[in-house]
Design a protein around this ligand. Structure first.
Ligand code: ADP
Length: 374
């Protein structure tokens, strides 16, 4: 079955028609700068009219539209066929994702108008983590405040963590319920996830995708008092948000948000860039150790997304010296390049380390097809 997969941002619309069975793309593209002066599309509706025309011209025949939605709050714990009530539920999560959910809703509204006869499915970044126990998702805050503002760990990148952890089980020749996996999604955004028997039991992102690992421009974990100190010195909430989300992370420490540029600068003797990549790797080790303890050891560790899939330096820095914890890399396998899923641990490593390319679009297509099939 062909699925039109849509990822709507505030000023962009990424789309692809994906065969849910094979993952093959029949067409894919990106409408950018929506609403900006001189742009091809003035709003999401006209962007979607463009998408429908392009899809039609390609000969693709989607039967379902699958939407990536960042935040599903506590309500959405699985891919969900979109109704007016579901739209209201996604709107209800806007306070938790003030930039992302309105964009997703604009994409959904446009798609429902352009494709009124097709079922529409929302696939949530948070859904896979709905299985976390309260021990892992509860913040040690005043309970009334936490409840009023719905403050708890939700986690993101769920579609990717689910996809690669299932793939790891597959490659181990086991059912997902029989294995424990630590998934490390390292792209511009980055998160770690502990998966016990196919279910997320802990993850590094929180109410928002700012928590946890060091990212391209996001700080990840910091002392929670830092925003308070800055605000006491006159910083506005907006300025603090901009600092933590846009000018921190690899960019903040090392002057570039792209890991390839960080490596180039470090190789040229730039100490700040070298520090940035070492802080990045140290934080991942920190979570890897934590999740080995949460799970009581793991059958597999998976590296995925841009840095996880391509950056041997980071994988080596994360896994070096962990033999006592059951993790031994094979240096040659780690340095080899390739685009297929592969093992990079030594044959006698108790924990198998994989590089597994993620494919969120295919996962969204497959999940959308599954929930609409009856
Ligand atoms: P996004 O989260 O935007 O989907 P990606 O998964 O594409 O991001 O990851 C982007 C990151 O991957 C960037 O930091 C980029 O430098 C890094 N990356 C991509 N290719 C390589 C490579 N060959 N070596 C090292 N890092 C890479």
């Amino acid at each position: 079955m062909q699925v039109l997969v849509v990822n709507a941002g505030s000023s962009s619309l990424k789309y692809a028609v994906v065969d849910a069975g094979s993952g093959q793309r029949l067409i894919s593209g990106l409408v950018e700068r929506i609403g900006e002066e001189g742009a091809a599309a003035g709003d999401h509706r006209s962007a979607f009219a463009f998408v429908r025309a392009a899809v039609q011209e390609s000969g693709a025949q989607p039967r379902v539209v699958g939407h990536r939605v960042v935040h599903g709050g506590e309500r959405f714990t699985a891919p969900t066929v979109i109704t007016d009530d579901v739209v209201a539920g996604i709107a209800d999560c806007i306070p938790l994702a003030p930039l992302h959910n309105p964009a997703a809703l604009a994409g959904i509204a446009a798609a429902r108008e352009e494709y009124p006869d097709l079922p529409q499915v929302a696939v949530f970044d948070t859904a896979f983590h709905a299985t976390m126990p309260p021990d892992a998702y509860t913040y040690a805050l005043d309970r009334d405040v936490a409840q009023r503002y719905r403050l708890r760990r939700y986690g993101f990148h769920g579609t990717s963590h689910r996809y690669v952890s299932r793939k790891a089980a597959d490659l181990l020749g086991a059912s997902p319920v029989a294995v424990d996996v630590i998934s490390l999604h390292l792209g511009n955004g980055a998160s770690a996830c502990a998966v016990r028997g196919g279910r997320s039991v802990d993850t590094s992102m929180g109410v928002t995708p700012l928590a946890g690992l060091v990212m391209g421009t996001r700080s990840g974990d910091i002392d929670p008092a830092i925003p308070v100190l800055l605000q006491q010195d006159g910083w506005s909430a907006f300025e603090v948000d901009t600092l933590l989300n846009r000018s921190s992370g690899l960019l903040g420490i090392g002057g570039a948000n792209d890991m390839r540029e960080i490596h180039q600068r470090a190789a040229a003797g730039d100490g700040s860039a070298d520090l940035a990549r070492r802080v990045f790797a140290h934080r991942i080790r920190h979570y890897l150790g934590a999740y080995l303890a949460v799970l009581g050891g793991a059958d597999a560790i998976v590296f995925t997304a841009g840095i996880g899939e391509h950056d041997a330096w980071t994988r080596e820095a994360v896994c070096a010296g962990l033999a006592r914890l059951g993790v031994v890399l094979d240096p040659a396998a780690n340095s080899a390049t390739g685009s297929d899923a592969r093992v990079i641990s030594a044959p006698d490593s108790p924990t198998t380390v994989f590089v597994i390319p993620t494919d969120e679009e295919w996962a969204i297509a497959a999940e959308s097809a599954e929930v609409t099939a009856d």
